[in-house]
Design a protein around this ligand. Structure first.
Ligand SMILES: Nc1ncnc2c1ncn2[C@@H]1O[C@H](COP(=O)(O)OP(=O)(O)OP(=O)(O)O)[C@@H](O)[C@H]1O
Ligand SMILES: [Mg+2]
Length: 246
């Protein structure tokens, strides 16, 4: 096997909201086909880091690289960048007036200019893949939260991104719907998708995550292989975080 290469690299990333220093010299990388799970207390900067990665927020110091390209540079084409980075959030932000199938096909046809027939065929395949092959004609309000979130994942995949970012995608779901979304994410990981995942689901972090990044007050407290982390974290902050979960 060839040596994995870093696909996403955070290099001394710093961000302030006014006086509030929310990302402090954040440095780590996500290799191609790797699943990195970010955990940490509320307010530690997890969402901000993901938002900086697709330029929903600006980094003030440091760089983020995608496939060797500094995406934090001012002259980067943000629309092209966002095609290469799929993102799914906690809230199900599907287009309410479009069916599931239309939601998935919208990006490729409207943004990428993909031929309609081709885009709809691909959209149907993606819905099949997330277990919603027979729900293509449903509107978001006719779907459960878990189903909507799976459509949102299919919609992000439709752009054929190089990396997928997930920010607490199961946090707003009823407990009985969490598993179906995590299963889809697990399948995606098994298929080799590069993923950066913020989650409170420690079972997922342990089973699907390759490495754990623990954030604390804007800093990376530790980066550890997930098996190792859940057996014995390397840092005191890691131990404290785990002990609070138990
Ligand atoms: N748009 C914003 N304007 C000002 N401050 C913000 C903004 N977004 C986040 N912050 C602040 O940045 C810090 C990090 O917030 P962030 O949302 O990244 O944390 P988080 O780790 O995702 O927390 P949670 O687990 O609650 O989602 C917090 O102090 C927060 O108040
Ligand atoms: Mg958050």
């Amino acid at each position: 096997m060839s040596k994995p290469k870093p696909l996403v690299e955070f290099v001394d990333v710093n961000k302030w909201f006014g006086q509030n220093h929310v990302l402090k010299d954040v440095s780590f990388s996500v290799d191609e086909r790797e699943v990195v799970v970010i955990i940490g207390p509320s307010g530690s900067g997890k969402s901000t880091l993901l938002r900086c990665t697709n330029r929903l927020e600006e980094v003030q110091k440091g760089e983020i690289h995608l496939d060797g390209i500094p995406i934090t540079d001012e002259d980067v084409n943000i629309n092209h960048l966002r095609q290469r980075i799929g993102m799914v959030f906690q809230s199900f932000n599907l287009f309410p007036h479009l069916t599931a199938l239309e939601n998935v096909a919208a990006g490729p046809t409207k943004v990428k200019g993909v031929d309609e027939t081709e885009a709809y065929e691909h959209a149907q395949e993606l819905l099949n893949r997330v277990g919603l092959g027979d729900q293509g004609d449903s509107h978001p309000n006719e779907l459960s939260g878990g189903q909507q979130q799976r459509v949102a994942i299919a919609r992000a995949l439709a752009m054929e991104p190089q990396v997928m970012l997930f920010d607490e995608v199961t946090s707003a779901l009823d407990p009985e719907l969490v598993g179906e979304v995590l299963d889809v994410m697990g399948d995606l990981a098994n298929e080799g998708m590069t993923m950066l995942v913020v989650t409170h689901e420690m079972g997922f972090a342990q089973e699907v995550g390759d490495r754990i990044v623990l954030m604390s007050e804007g800093e990376v407290a530790e980066v550890t292989e997930s098996d190792q982390f859940f057996e014995q974290p390397r840092t005191e902050r890691g131990e404290r975080f785990l002990s609070r979960l138990l």
